[in-house]
Ligand binder design. Structure first.
Ligand code: ATP
Ligand code: MG
Length: 200
């Protein structure tokens, strides 16, 4: 009885391995990917910074542009600025309800895209992170068509990660990998303030 069960398990796993191996063999291309991490849940920027760490572990050159800056004392900025091969630029003084200055926000958005366009034109940069980029389309501060054209014209092996809620459909359509991170629960709603090392 137990031997039967063990044999059925072995045969099932052998079939599964054949399927998995065939799927792996079929995915043989290499290309620079556009990833979009969107949705209302926690984990968009921190996932992008996880990929940044992976890329640096491979000795890659990375460039980060943060479009909306809530605070200047984040753990990620302190950590990654110390690493060789990291270019880290902050453009934007905070959320619209913090700055309360539309003209200043638009100027910061444009400066941010100029910095991003520079990284997207540099074939020695392996990974570009565009953190909180999506908000600028929601507010109409950046022209989506220009952004999509610059993304499409980047070096063919360069990876780009875009984060932010409410990614526009055209950006999702242009991307290779898209994650929509759901908000099942967040400690903030139970009255817990943002924790260093977890939230910033
Ligand atoms: P993280 O940087 O932690 O990965 P995120 O990039 O997915 O978060 P943002 O919308 O950029 O999310 O917000 C950043 C900050 O807001 C973090 O402190 C995060 O914990 C918090 N936050 C994210 N999602 C929620 C939520 N649904 N409710 C309350 N706070 C949130
Ligand atoms: Mg974020």
């Amino acid at each position: 009885m137990t031997e039967d069960r063990a044999e059925r398990h072995r045969a099932r796993m052998a079939r599964r391995k054949a399927r998995v191996d065939a799927d792996i063999a079929a995915a043989a291309q290499d290309k620079g990917l556009l990833l979009v991490l969107t949705g209302p849940g926690k984990g968009k920027s921190s996932s992008a910074f996880g990929m940044l760490a992976r890329a640096l572990g491979h000795g890659h050159k990375v460039s980060v542009v943060q479009f909306i800056k809530g605070r200047s004392d984040t753990g990620e900025e302190a950590f990654f600025r110390r690493q060789p091969g990291v270019d880290w630029q902050v453009c934007g003084a905070g959320f619209t309800w913090e700055t309360q200055d539309r003209e200043q926000d638009i100027a910061a958005a444009r400066a941010g895209w100029a910095a991003a366009a520079c990284a997207l034109a540099d074939p020695t940069v392996n990974l570009v992170v565009l953190d909180e980029l999506t908000y600028l389309f929601s507010y109409g501060y950046l022209d989506l068509a220009t952004v999509l054209a610059d993304l499409a014209a980047r070096p063919p092996m360069q990876h780009v990660v875009v984060t932010g809620r409410a990614a526009p459909q055209a950006l999702i359509d242009a991307a290779d990998t898209v994650s929509d991170i759901g908000d099942l629960k967040h400690a903030f709603r139970a009255g817990v303030r943002a924790q260093p090392g977890i939230d910033w």
